[in-house]
Ligand binder design. Structure first.
Ligand SMILES: Cc1cc2nc3c(=O)[nH]c(=O)nc-3n(C[C@H](O)[C@H](O)[C@H](O)COP(=O)(O)OP(=O)(O)OC[C@H]3O[C@@H](n4cnc5c(N)ncnc54)[C@H](O)[C@@H]3O)c2cc1C
Length: 470
């Protein structure tokens, strides 16, 4: 009875067509992208405006009903999947998809949280500006999800992650009040920087409904190359030389182990090996410039010729057209999808200082081999940010259940090493459910207590995305 009343009231707020209770409608919202977490929910509501989000939250709080803000559901740590109590109301931002303002002179754009990342990139482009956040899920993930996970992607090296790309936020707080913080200022020293509380909070402190994002000048020229390097240490040295020579024009620098490329070649139709000879370690580099055109590719070719002579690069192909550049990027961006098709993998999203990346790779594999004998490492990632996706796929000859059972010990070995090297066990995906317990081993009690105190202050009833992050 109470349940029916709640559903009626929610329908009164957002319209009956925007309250989903049917099992088939709910199904895609109850499982994460990797198919690793599954839950149940009372219903999914789709508010169309900030006031409606606030009214939905207030109604849920009155009944002490847990809420889960959900974006494109592409998150990789189970942060957007409900628990299995069946009591959760999922708040989907999918209808809040308006670009409220583009201010090309202020280099800012104000978007509602349900805008797809790609829609925001396109709106910026139409104003001859760049919104630089870029990741393989950009056609499905939403700005609210990007903010709530502090998404990174392939251009952090030059432009920063979501924290650095955000000037203001509008948030519905866990009591249903609205924090109107949509400031478009680069300078504002009027106390605590509250927006940073909500960025990376994974929906545990409120529902983000809109944001003011930073725009940049649009590059007029780009040069993209795929290289083979003798070892990760050589890649890191090359990155340093490139940054010294090209400065901010180095906009991406990604490392790809042969094992990762191999999965793409096997599982992604149309994927072609870019170099004549497959090598153990490869790099995808992108330079961008707001001026000039051919000069950039020429400068890259000259630099790479010198690096090849010095033995720092073994082989290289520089894209000769936009289509070739896109084909090289597609190889890199298809790795997660190829790994999903391959089957279960033990994933790590780690970061260490860039100067310690090679040390991490040199130590991690022997430690894992010592513990397990056989391992199959599929490493790739944003080496320019010190961020590696250091994943393990099932070795041939090992049963799936036996492999899955290795997860805790594999995590222990990898994460202990990361922390020994001054790194983080979650560089860009967040904690969600996947690393909620693991983080307790690595964060100090003081830091955890501070996080819990913030959660209690904003959400004393613990109704906003419970069981995630903390
Ligand atoms: C193929 C692939 C490649 C990826 N590559 C990258 C990458 O390079 N870099 C990277 O950082 N991530 C990457 N991701 C992870 C993922 O795309 C990002 O985490 C993305 O930012 C999640 O956005 P979403 O809209 O799908 O959020 P969801 O998955 O729906 O939600 C993620 C979290 O944010 C919360 N949330 C969502 N919307 C809101 C809101 N409006 N208010 C409050 N909380 C909210 C949810 O409760 C949940 O905790 C990748 C994922 C895939 C599938």
């Amino acid at each position: 009875m109470a349940d029916e009343r709640l559903l009626d009231d929610l329908a009164g707020i957002v319209g009956a067509a925007n309250v989903l209770t049917d099992a088939a409608d709910l199904a895609p919202h109850l499982v994460d992208w990797r198919g690793r977490y599954r839950g149940r929910a009372r219903c999914l509501v789709k508010p169309g405006a900030t006031g409606e989000v606030a009214a939905v939250v207030r109604r849920c709080v009155a009944e002490r009903v847990p809420m889960l803000p959900q974006g494109g559901n592409t998150g990789l740590v189970g942060g957007g999947t409900p628990d299995d109590s069946g009591g959760t109301v999922i708040i989907s931002l999918a209808r809040m998809r308006r670009i409220r303002e583009v201010d090309p002179v202020n280099f800012t754009l104000t978007a509602e949280a349900g805008c797809l990342l790609r829609e925001v990139q396109t709106a910026a482009e139409e104003a001859d500006r760049l919104f630089p956040l870029s990741l393989a899920a950009e056609g499905s993930c939403q700005i609210g999800g990007n903010l709530s996970t502090n998404a990174g992607g392939v251009h952090v090296l030059r432009y920063g992650n979501m924290r650095e790309l955000t000037l203001g936020l509008e948030v519905v707080l866990p009591d249903g009040s609205i924090w109107e913080g949509l400031r478009a200022l680069r300078k504002d020293n009027t106390g605590y920087d509250l927006k940073q509380l909500f960025i990376g909070a994974e929906g545990t402190l409120g529902v983000i409904t809109a944001a003011v994002l930073k725009l940049f000048p649009r590059p007029r020229a780009q040069a993209v190359a795929w290289l083979a390097v003798p070892a990760p240490a050589a890649a890191v040295e090359l990155l340093s030389s490139m940054r010294s020579e090209f400065g901010d024009r180095v906009t991406a620098f990604e490392i790809i182990a042969a094992s990762a490329l191999e999965l793409v070649l096997v599982h992604i139709p149309g994927a072609v090996q870019p170099l004549a000879d497959p090598r153990a370690w490869q790099v995808l580099v992108e330079l961008s410039d707001t001026a000039g055109d051919r000069a950039l590719s020429g400068a890259l070719e000259t630099m790479l010729a010198g690096a090849m002579e010095a033995g720092a690069v073994e082989d290289a192909v520089v894209a000769q057209s936009g289509a070739q550049a896109q084909a090289l990027w597609k190889l890199r961006e298809s790795i997660s999808e190829a790994q999903r098709i391959e089957g279960f993998s033990i994933k790590h999203d780690i970061s260490v200082p860039v100067s310690r990346i090679a040390g991490f790779l040199e130590s991690a594999e022997p430690r894992l081999r010592e513990a397990f004998g056989q391992v199959r490492i599929v490493a790739f990632g944003h080496i320019g940010d010190g961020n590696l996706h250091y994943n393990l796929s099932r070795p041939a000859g090992l049963d799936n259940d036996e492999f899955i059972a290795q997860t805790p010990l594999v995590n222990r070995i990898v994460h202990d090493l990361v922390v020994e090297l001054g790194g983080s066990i979650s560089a860009e995906h967040g904690l969600g459910q996947l690393k909620r317990d693991e983080i307790r081993r690595y964060k100090s009690p003081t830091e955890l207590d501070l996080m819990r105190a913030l959660k209690r202050a904003l959400d004393p009833a613990g109704l906003m995305n419970p069981g995630k992050l903390l």
